[in-house]
Design a binder for this molecule. Structure first.
Ligand code: NAD
Length: 477
C-alpha cells in the first residue's frame, strides 16, 4: 500500500517524499508524499466546486446511501485495513481488528442511520406579530457549513478520521482531509473505497504531509475553508485557533488530556485494578482517554498500588510508541519523574526483547507513586503507558484532586456506593465520566472535553449540529 493524495477524484504522489518507518522495528517501510501548497489549494477549490455541483445537489437519502456503501467497502477490504493500521501504528493486531476498523465501519453506519431519520427543517413556529409587524411563520433549515478541513492524529488513525468524515459528509459538506504524517495508509485505503463507490469528485479530498509550515497549516490558513474539525494536541489546537482567527473560522477541537481515576475504598478492588490496568495501558497509553493520574482512598492505597504494579509488570503483549521521537519524549518523562522524587513501582525504562523489536520504539508500562501534586509528571500529558498513584482521604479531596489539572477530557470513578457515584460524577470537570468502567462508548452520546481538552462535542446529534448551520426563514403572512 503506497500512500497517495486524492484530490478531485484523482490519486497522485505530488511533492517530495519523506520516509515512513515501522514503530515495531524502526525500519523504513515506505514513503509518504508531502503535499505542496498548490495541491492543498487545489483540493479546497475542488471541494468548493463539488458543493456548487452534483454533490451540493444530493439529498440526505442519497448521502446516507453513500455512507452505507463506504461502510460496506471498508468491510469488504477489512484485512487490508487492519494490516495497514498495524503497519503504521505497531498496535496489537487484535486492537486494530476489534476496535479501530470495526469502529470506522460503525461510524459510517451510525451517521447514515442518524442523519436519515433527522428532519432537516425544524422549529416551525407561527407567531402573532408584535410592534405592529404582523403575523409571521418561522421555520429553520439546516445548511452544511461548506468546505470543512479535517485534521486527525496518529493514535486511532481511521477511527478518529471517520468519526469526523462520516457526519460531515452526512450533513452535506465537502471535505479536505489531512491525516497524521505518521499514519497515512488507512486514509489512502479509505480514499480508494470512496473512489470505488463513486462519491461525486471533490466531495472528499485527501492530502498528506506534516502540520507546521506544511500541508496542515496550508489547509487551516486557506481562506476557502469554512470550518476546521481537529483532533490532536492542545498546543496544536492553539496554533490552529490562531490560524482560524484570521477568517473567524469555526472550530471543533478534541485535544489532549491528563485523565484522573478516583478509586474509593468501597470499590470492587479486583475490578478497579483490572479497569485501571486497561485505562492506563491500552494501546500503550496512546489513547486520549487513558488514565495518567490515579487517586486511591487511603485505606486501600497500599494494596491497590501493589496489585496494579504487579499486573503492570506482567504485561507482555504491548505495542510500541508511534515514533522514535515520541519514545524519547516518554522516556524523558520517566527520568523526570525520578528527578522529581517518584518511587518507580513498575517499569520506568525501555524493555529489551532480544529480537527485531529492539530496533522499535517500545517503553515499559510504568506505575509511579510519591510525586507532589505540582510535579510536571503529574500535570503534563505524557501520552504513554504511565500512571501516577496518589492517596486521598475523603470525597471532597478526591474531587479537588481530579479537577486540579489544566485538562478536562475524561475521568473514571470506581465505587459500589450508587449515591456517591451520582454525587461525584457531575462535579468532575470533564466531558466524560465513566463509573465502574472505562471507554464504554455509545456513538450517540456527547464526546469531548472541557478546559484545555477541547471545544465542542462530537457524537450523534452533536456532530451533526457542528457540521451544519441553522438558518431561520421568516415569512410574513
Ligand atoms: P498533533 O497535534 O501533533 O497532530 C495532530 C494533527 O495535526 C496531525 O495531522 C498533524 O500533522 C497536524 N498538525 C500539527 N501541527 C499543525 C499545525 N500547526 N497546523 C495544522 N495542522 C497541524 O497530535 P498527535 O501527536 O498526532 O496526537 C496525539 C495528541 O492527540 C494527544 O495530545 C492526544 O491526547 C490527542 N488526542 C485527542 C483526542 C480527543 O478525542 N480528545 C483523541 C486522540 C488524540
Amino acid at each position: 500500500m503506497k500512500p497517495a493524495h486524492y484530490v478531485n477524484g484523482a490519486f497522485s504522489t505530488a511533492g517530495p517524499a519523506f520516509p515512513l518507518r515501522s514503530p515495531i522495528d524502526g525500519r523504513q517501510v515506505g514513503t509518504v508524499p508531502e503535499a505542496p501548497r498548490a495541491l492543498v489549494d487545489e483540493a479546497v477549490t475542488a471541494a468548493r466546486a463539488a458543493l456548487d455541483g452534483p454533490w451540493g445537489a444530493t439529498g440526505v437519502e442519497e448521502r446516507c446511501a453513500f455512507l452505507r456503501a463506504i461502510a460496506d467497502g471498508i468491510e469488504a477490504r477489512f484485512d487490508e485495513f487492519v494490516d495497514a493500521e498495524v503497519a503504521d501504528t505497531g498496535k496489537p493486531r487484535e486492537l486494530a481488528a476489534t476496535v479501530d476498523i470495526p469502529r470506522a465501519i460503525g461510524n459510517f453506519r451510525a451517521y447514515a442511520d442518524l442523519s436519515y431519520g433527522r428532519p432537516d427543517r425544524a422549529y416551525n413556529t407561527r407567531v402573532p406579530g408584535w410592534s405592529g409587524t404582523g403575523e409571521a411563520l418561522n421555520y429553520t433549515v439546516r445548511r452544511p457549513l461548506g468546505v470543512v478541513a479535517v485534521i486527525s492524529p496518529w493514535n486511532l488513525p481511521l477511527l478518529l478520521l471517520t468519526w469526523k468524515v462520516a457526519p460531515a459528509l452526512a450533513a452535506g459538506n465537502a471535505l479536505v482531509v489531512k491525516p497524521s504524517e505518521e499514519t497515512p495508509s488507512t486514509a489512502t485505503l479509505l480514499a480508494e473505497v470512496i473512489d470505488a463507490v463513486r462519491l461525486p469528485h471533490g466531495a472528499f479530498n485527501l492530502v498528506h504531509g506534516h502540520g507546521t509550515g506544511a500541508a496542515g497549516e496550508f489547509l487551516t490558513s486557506n481562506p476557502g475553508i469554512d470550518a476546521i474539525a481537529f483532533t490532536g494536541e492542545s498546543a496544536t489546537g492553539s496554533a490552529i485557533m490562531r490560524a482560524a482567527a484570521q477568517h473567524v473560522t469555526p472550530v471543533s477541537f478534541e485535544l489532549g488530556g491528563k485523565n484522573p481515576a478516583l478509586i474509593f475504598a468501597d470499590a470492587d478492588l479486583d475490578e478497579a485494578v483490572e479497569g485501571t490496568l486497561r485505562s492506563s495501558f491500552t494501546h500503550s497509553g496512546q489513547v486520549c482517554l487513558c488514565t495518567e493520574r490515579v487517586y486511591v482512598e487511603r485505606p486501600i492505597f497500599d494494596e491497590f498500588v501493589r496489585r496494579l504494579g504487579e499486573k503492570a509488570g506482567q504485561l507482555k503483549d504491548y505495542g510500541p510508541m508511534i515514533s522514535a521521537e515520541h519514545r524519547d519524549k516518554v522516556l524523558s518523562y520517566y527520568r523526570l519523574a525520578v528527578e522529581e522524587g517518584a518511587t518507580v513501582v513498575a517499569g520506568g525504562g525501555a524493555p529489551s526483547f532480544g529480537d527485531e523489536r529492539d530496533g522499535g520504539y517500545y517503553v515499559e508500562p510504568t506505575v509511579l507513586t510519591g510525586l507532589a501534586a505540582d510535579a510536571r509528571t503529574v500535570r503534563e500529558e505524557v501520552f504513554g503507558p504511565i500512571c501516577h498513584v496518589a492517596p486521598f482521604d475523603d470525597e471532597a479531596e478526591a474531587i479537588r484532586l481530579a479537577n486540579d489539572s489544566p485538562y478536562g477530557l475524561a475521568a473514571t470513578v470506581w465505587t459500589s456506593d450508587l449515591s456517591r457515584a451520582h454525587r461525584v460524577a457531575p462535579r468532575i470537570e470533564a466531558g466524560i465520566v465513566w463509573v465502574n468502567c472505562w471507554n464504554l462508548r455509545d456513538l450517540r452520546t456527547p464526546f469531548g472535553g472541557v478546559k484545555a481538552s477541547g471545544i465542542g462535542r462530537e457524537g450523534g446529534e452533536y456532530s451533526l449540529d457542528f457540521f451544519s448551520e441553522p438558518v431561520n426563514v421568516c415569512i410574513k403572512i
